[in-house]
Design a protein around this ligand. Sequence first.
Ligand SMILES: Nc1ncnc2c1ncn2[C@@H]1O[C@H](COP(=O)(O)OP(=O)(O)OP(=O)(O)O)[C@@H](O)[C@H]1O
Ligand SMILES: [Mg+2]
Length: 530
Amino acid sequence: MMNPMRSMPETWGTVGSALLTFIFFQDMIRRYCPRELRRYLEKWSIKVSGFLNPYISISIHEYLGNHLKPHEAYPIVEAYLSVNSSKDAKRLKAEMGKDNGNKLMLSMDEYQKTTDEFNGVKVSWISGKSSPPPRPMLSYFPDPDKKYYKLKFHRQYKEMITGSYLEHVMKTGKEIQARNKQRKLYTNGHNKSCWSHIVFEHPATFNTLAMDSTKKEEIIEDLLTFSKSKDFYARIGKAWKRGYLLYGPPGTGKSTMIAAMANLLDYDVYDLELTSVKDNTELRRLLTETTSKSIVVIEDIDCSLDLTGQRKKNKNKKTTDESEKRKKDTKEESVSKVTLSGLLNFIDGLWSACAGERLIVFTTNYVNKLDPALTRRGRMDKHIELSYCKYEGFKVLAKNYLEIEAPHPLFPKVEALIEEVEITPADVAESLMPKSAKDGPAKCLLNLIHTLEKCKELKDRNQQDRSFEFVKEESKIKKLNHVMVARSWEPFYDSSKEDYDGLPPVKKTVTMTGLELKIERRFRLETETH
Ligand SMILES: Nc1ncnc2c1ncn2[C@@H]1O[C@H](COP(=O)(O)OP(=O)(O)OP(=O)(O)O)[C@@H](O)[C@H]1O
Ligand SMILES: [Mg+2]
């Protein structure tokens, strides 16, 4: 023990002479001691220090080797420690996260220490940095400092720490990373041959989705089971992917459901615009560039590919000039060569080589138009129909939009009407939306009731129209016989004579092809609701 009465210069003198003696002996050993003996002494000293210091340390560096290749484990450890370190470390640093938008990420500052406990065993983590060796004078860019985390633990627990503890650190760190990560919506639109992204912040969830509750539960269960089935897919030798086909009329919530899926599973969304993809090679490249934990969406698949596997040409537009038509077709083919078989081959084959979980979702308004090859099980594992809004769906929307729940005096009226008509959730939502700041829930509900009553009226009138015309069909045919011949039971009449007793005019299109006559009737209901 040091004599407290000693003065400062005396103490320094003692330390100095001890240091000199140590250097002298070290030098003597280096000069006069034979090499073998020296090696033996070194080994022995390592053993002694190992005996005296029973701790083992593992370093995780920010970069690997000399080539500044980022080490994958470093950010994971950083995320893991970001939760614990704020309790222990005295100096923390706050940085803007790369993947989490405007959120600040806290982590240990350099040379800070934090402790952690796992199965009753205490370990410590120290953050540090090593400076690179000085570079030649002419070198322009200096090497950056290399940061690292050092894990220290008693050698008695070596097996547990290097095994289950590090596994736990990696798993938890990845989960924290995923929680902090801002999800992205990737698109390849505007004829771009690569993905561009924006932050994905769609508020839709399964709670806010208006649909049959049993069906909803089933879909949620299916998605969650899929996301947890890594081992199962590996065991059966199948790529970890699942295909969904969402179909139904416009405005029934197909796109909304995709957003809800992404929010449920914390996945990124890749909105693949097939019409912007040049050919199968580009399609393959785009799909292989998608990351794990993502949903690849192809909307309106029936509009992007046709049944023969070639890109769909616009059949509605008639080009009278043949040469112009040919020119247009050639041009179309030169810019778009993605085929159905190209897409199918990729879904089935190559994609299996991409690690990680992926959902592929197709949407369509016309499921019957799709090629069975596309919709067969195994490719599209689940077919989900989204349909018109019924009372159950309405209750969800009323809760979302107006924050009201049953029982409510106006609900029975809505129930009676909504079960009778075909109205999409989008239309119901639109009617429930307050049109001014003064509109309360009752006003919005009355708005919806008014819309539903109009729909019902049109539906009834439409039915009346049909039966009236059908009854009158024979006499009309007689009248029009000199102009056209009826091919089917479909009622028709001459548009030039709107002489139906009191019936509102009905829009119709008449197309003549040779001797055949095709009549397309549009009822008033359709015209008005569009
Ligand atoms: N089932 C639903 N639940 C909640 N909101 C819905 C639902 N369906 C539609 N909506 C509302 O209507 C809007 C349009 O719906 P969405 O875009 O999902 O329809 P869609 O089926 O994808 O239509 P399209 O076939 O035209 O692409 C959404 O923004 C949403 O607010
Ligand atoms: Mg949509």
